[in-house]
Design a protein around this ligand. Structure first.
Ligand code: ZN
Ligand code: ZN
Ligand code: ZN
Length: 369
């Protein structure tokens, strides 16, 4: 297991308060989400009963929590760090939040807050303006500190090891589901707390980037896209490699090589000060040049951390300059509908003098049995 580490929750709360003030907010209201976990280390279940962290620029943070969830919340890093206000069934938790923030202000709400909670807050806080919390929260979360990068690297290493195990095995004659289950087991055996997803796209299924592993039996001569990951000590892994079952066709070899070069070009393009879209352009230029531009049907990457897809997105139109501490995927692909697909994905971290890879599984086309 990858050991969890102590994060500087007090510092994060302080920054969240400062940034919310700078953004003109009177409070952040944070319901169960990666934001809550980031701020106070509480991985709360999303429930109909309201749990909400209230962060204000000029007052101490308060966690409003159902009384029956209080022991669980208290056992997390939030216990001893912040004040709790427990509410009982029969009480109105939205009035409790109203009593803390006062109403009539501007409040930043967790992006993924349930509509039933948003609308109840709107009723409990008349005359208020509600905005998304993400402009504040992403400022904090988008740059990982060295401890977070270390956890992402450890999760990445565990994914690499899982890949090393699967390529020792025979894939021919197995179902995609069977291979997916094996990958999930290896992720846990090599350090993950939980496997989260395991795409196995064999033959024509590889041409669908988010194909789920299904009952299809893997045939000799096919390529298979393996895209899998999970959570370790809170942080995600997400690795893709494409393998060939037996000798690859000339076309599969060629397409794989183009994707490998695109992945490499994007990695070389990444660094501090570089607009995110330039990394996408670097990958896309290689694929377009080779004549497969129309077959690269998604952005080049996504940020990773407490969520498997988060900011920054590596996509045309995102001119945000990359900064040291940003972590994201580089995962170009070529998808030939009805035939096969190839994708190669690593997670990377931006450093002061470039980028480093958080995955190091070999990127050449592995031939498996
Ligand atoms: Zn994806
Ligand atoms: Zn992936
Ligand atoms: Zn990904």
């Amino acid at each position: 297991m990858i050991r969890p580490m102590r994060h500087d929750h007090a510092g994060r709360l302080k920054r969240a308060a400062e940034e919310s003030r700078a953004a003109g907010m009177d409070a952040l209201i944070v319901t169960p989400s990666a934001d809550l976990e980031y701020l106070v280390g509480y991985q709360a279940p999303p429930l109909e009963r309201l749990t909400a962290l209230v962060v204000r620029p000029a007052a101490e943070p308060v966690l409003v929590v159902p009384v029956l969830e209080r022991p669980r919340a208290g056992a997390s890093a939030a216990g001893g760090l912040i004040e709790f206000q427990a509410w009982s069934d029969g009480q109105d938790p939205f009035d409790v939040v109203g009593g803390i923030v006062g109403g009539g202000g501007t409040y930043g709400l967790t992006d993924t807050m349930w509509a039933m909670h948003v609308l109840a807050l709107r009723d409990a806080l008349p005359g208020s303006t509600f905005v998304l919390a993400s402009p504040v929260m992403s400022k904090l979360r988008i740059r990982k500190d060295p401890g977070e990068i270390d956890l992402l690297a450890k999760a990445g290493h565990s994914a690499d090891e899982s890949f090393a195990r699967i390529v020792q095995e025979r894939l021919e004659g197995r179902t995609e589901q069977d291979v997916s289950r094996a990958l999930a087991r290896y992720l846990v055996e090599t350090g993950h707390d939980v496997a989260d997803f395991g795409i196995v796209g064999s033959g024509p299924n590889g041409a669908s980037p988010h194909h789920e592993a299904g009952p299809r039996v893997i045939q000799p001569g096919e390529t298979v896209v393996l895209d899998f990951g999970g959570r370790a000590a809170g942080y995600f892994s997400d690795l893709t490699r494409t393998v060939s079952v037996g000798e690859p066709s000339g076309e599969a070899k060629e397409v794989h090589e183009i994707v490998r070069e695109a992945q490499e070009a994007a990695f070389r393009a990444a660094g501090p000060g570089v607009p995110a879209q330039e990394v996408d352009r670097a990958a896309r230029a290689v694929i377009t040049e080779a004549g497969y531009g129309d077959a690269f049907i998604h952005r080049t990457g996504h940020g990773i951390g407490l969520e498997v897809h988060e900011l920054p997105y590596i996509v045309e139109g995102n001119a945000q300059p990359l900064e040291p501490g940003m972590c994201f995927s580089i995962e170009p692909g070529i998808y030939l509908g009805g035939r096969f697909g190839v994708r190669i994905e690593d997670q990377v971290a931006v450093t002061v003098d470039g980028a480093i890879r958080l995955n190091n599984a070999p990127r050449d086309l592995a031939v498996v049995g």
